[in-house]
Each structure stands twice: as C-alpha cells, then as structure tokens.
Design a protein around this ligand. Structure first.
Ligand code: ZN
Length: 287
C-alpha cells in the first residue's frame, strides 16, 4: 500500500504536468475501480483546466476550473504514468501496462502535451469528482485529523487527543482522526526514533516525549519524501520499481536483526497490535 511519502512524491511529479494544464482526450476503460467511476466522469473532466493539485492524507486532489475536484486514491497498486513511464517508485512493484490501464487523458500546458495514464492491477484505488466547496465535508475527509506535516499536528495536539487514553500508543497513532495519512511503516519508525515503547498507553506518554514524537513523525516522513523526490527527476527512465525506502527502515521489516542504534545491543522484535505488525527494539523502546 503506498504510504503518505509515496503519494506525496506522486503529487510532486504530477504537479508540473497538470497544474495549468487543460485536460483532453479523456478515456475511461471500465465502469469501476474499487467503486464505480463518477457519473459522466469523462464529460466532466474533458476540457477542464487544473488549478492546483493537493494531497490530503493519502488522497490526491486536483482542483479544476469547473468548480469540481478530481480525487484519486491509489489503493494498493494504483500508479500514474506520464507518457508511459511510471511516476514515482513504490515499495511494492506493480504491473502498469496494457489491460491494467483504466483511464487516461492528455494534459496540455504551455503548448506541450503529456499523456497521463492510471493503471491499477488490483483495483483497490478509486476516483471521485466532488464540488470543491464540499471537499472538506465529504465523508472521505470530514473525520480526518490534521496533516502530519501541517501546523495542526504537534505535541499539544497529541496531548489533547490522548488525554486519559488507555489504548497503546502504536494503535493510537494509526487512528486517522488523530493524524491523517500516517501508516504502519512510519508509525513503527517514528516510535523507534522517539524511543517510545509501542506498548505504552497513549495517555501515559509525557508531554516532552509527545513533542519529540510529533517532531520525529515529521522527520521520518520528510526523509522518505526526499528519498523519493530525488528519483523523480528521472521518472521517464524509471522501470518497474524496487522500493526506494526498503533499506532505509530502522525497524520495519527487520525482525530478528540488530538494532541500528550505536549505543544499543538489542534485537528488533515483531508483535501484533490491532491486527497489524509492530516492529520495535525492546531494549531502547522500554517505556
Ligand atoms: Zn535498540
């Protein structure tokens, strides 16, 4: 599943092609992805100009001059292509060509036209068209907490959200109402960097440690975005995609391997919390 940094990397790759571009030759090759495409999807996109492209949690939002916003969620295997080349790299490779391309369009900007395709082998992704004024109130967005990279996310926010909370900090940090778009990998990595035990009750984390946690959440995401962003310049040459983050994880997927901290002789352990794997170092994440 693409995580927030991968979606942000895709957003940054689409931005120079789509913003200010007029959309033409829109094609829709099947009635649905995870959900049906919106009614008259092709007609509503055709001829529109993209004003800006934002990200909210793991959604991409392209605001159009028609007053509607074209929303895309990549699901598990959703991929955009630009002139046939996959945009961004993903931890899990996915086929993009041929029968898996479900929609495409041409984006014309400053006299240059780029063919934009959307492929999704497993079709867990979906698209919507929502009146731009109503995006925040839409069920996909209404309950989301602040963006982890935005000003609304802080130690103070966590302190307020978690006051008296007995649920463990790992599962609490995955709650999209507390912070939007943060997935399992980066929750594990952030707790490791903050040296907070994933087993600790969220309400028991001290205020200084909450400040640290908010800061390292931003750090792990920004590091991953930078790592992905550095490959974007060469997107036209990217083939398939082995993950660009894999070797960068301190704990995620490293069960049984030695802790990376210089001052620690611990071994990374995997446990299951809320049905998801948690990777952590019991030696430096003791409490
Ligand atoms: Zn350790």
């Amino acid at each position: 599943m693409p995580e927030l940094p991968e979606v942000e990397t895709v957003r940054r790759g689409l931005e120079p092609v789509l913003v200010g571009a007029r959309l033409t030759r829109v094609r829709q090759n099947r009635p649905d992805l995870r959900f049906p495409f919106p009614d008259r999807f092709v007609e509503r996109l055709e001829g529109a100009t993209v004003q800006r492209i934002d990200r909210r949690a793991k959604y991409l939002l392209a605001a159009l001059d028609t007053g509607e916003t074209w929303v895309t969620h990549l699901g598990m295997t959703g991929r955009f292509t630009l002139d046939g080349a996959q945009l961004g790299e993903f931890e899990e490779p996915a086929p993009i060509a041929g029968k898996h391309e479900h929609m495409s369009l041409c984006a014309t900007r400053n006299g240059a036209t780029t063919r934009v395709g959307y492929a999704d082998a497993r079709r867990f992704g979906f698209m919507g068209l929502i009146a731009t004024d109503l995006v925040e109130a839409h069920p996909w967005f209404a309950a989301l907490g602040p963006e982890p990279l935005g000003n609304g996310f802080s130690g103070a926010h966590l302190a307020q959200a978690w006051a008296g909370k007995t649920q463990n900090v790992k599962v609490s940090l995955l709650d999209q109402r507390t912070v939007a778009g943060l997935g399992n990998i980066y929750v594990c990595e952030a707790l490791y960097r903050a040296r907070i035990s994933p087993l600790l009750a969220a309400g028991k984390v001290s205020r200084p440690r909450l400040e640290t946690l908010a800061a390292v959440v931003r750090d792990v995401l920004n590091d991953a975005i930078l790592a992905g962003g550095s490959t974007l310049k060469d997107f036209a040459n990217v083939e398939g995609g082995q993950g660009y983050f894999q070797h960068r994880f301190d704990v995620y997927g490293r069960e049984g391997q030695p802790c990376n901290a210089d001052d620690c002789t611990g071994v990374v352990k995997r446990i299951v919390q809320g049905g998801r794997s948690t990777f952590y170092c019991p030696s430096c994440q003791k409490r």
